[in-house]
Design a protein around this ligand. Sequence first.
Ligand code: CP
Length: 309
Amino acid sequence: MNNPLYQKHIVSIADLSRSELELIVSTASKLKASPQVELLKNKVVASCFFEASTRTRLSFETAVQRLGGSVIGFDDGGNTSLGKKGETLADSVQVISSYSDAFFMRHPQEGAARLASEFSSVPVINGGDGSNQHPTQTLLDLFSIYETQGSLEGLKVAFVGDLKYGRTVHSLTQALSLFDCEFYFIAPPALAMPDYLIEELKEKQIRFSIHQSIETVVNELDVLYMTRVQRERFDETEYQHIKSSFVLNASMLGRVKSNLKVLHPLPRIDEIDSDVDETPYAYYFQQAQNGVYARQALLALVLTNQYGV
Ligand code: CP
C-alpha cells in the first residue's frame, strides 16, 4: 500500500486531508510507543531557520537524529549567503535541497515556504512562515489533543489571546474544522480572528462563538488553547485594562470538566499564571515534548514509503 504523504511538501495544514492528519497522529502514537532508531538511516535533512525558534528547531532536529538520520543547516539566516550577499531564497533552496533528502524551514515572510516548495527538489516542510501557517505545530497539537481526549471528534475548543497574528491558531482551527469541533474565540477586538478564517468557518457551517473573557466559557470546554497577547500591540494603559480577561490562573479552573486540558504553543510570557502548572489541566510542557513524536511521524511518512501505513 502506498503512503499518501510520501515525498509530499507540507506547506499549509489546508493541504492535508482528514485521513492524512489521522495517519500522522496514529504514526506519532506508534513512534512514541515504539522508537525506531534506524528509520532515517542515510537520510540527510536540512534545517534552515531564518527566524528565531527554540521548540520547533530543536524538536525537529531531535526527531531526525532519534530516527537515525543526520541534520545540516543553520539557525541564523543572517549568517548565510542569502543574509550577507543578497542571494535569493529561490537559489538558496535549489542548492540546499540538492544536498538533502528533505528541507525544513522557518521564515519571517508569509508564503516563503510555498515559494521554497516551487524550487526544491526534495519535500519542503514549513516550520512557520510569518503570521501565516505553522503546520507542524498543528500536528503536535492534534497529537496532544488525541492523546488526552481519546478522539479529535466533536470537541469544544477555546482559543485565547492573539488570534489575529497567531499562526498556530489559524492552522489548528483549519485542522479541527475537519472533525466537527465547536470553537470559542476569546480575544481583544484588535486581535480577533482574521475575516478570511471566519468566512471559511461560516462556509463550512462550523459552530463558533466570540467572547470577551475566559471565565464565561471555561466550564464547558474540553481544550483551552492559550496564546500570548502581544503587549507591544497596545499602549500600556490599554494593555493593563485588557490583560486580566486573557490571563489564566488556577482559581479560574475550579469548576471545569475533568478532561479539560490547557494547551499553549509556547513560549508563554504571562498569560498562564505559574499556579496553573500544578493543576491536572496543564499540558503545555508535554505538548512541547510531543513535538518530537509528531515531527518524527511526519518525517517517517514523507521520507519512507511503507512506514505507518
Ligand atoms: N511553538 C513554537 O513554534 O515555538 P518556537 O518558536 O520556540 O519554535
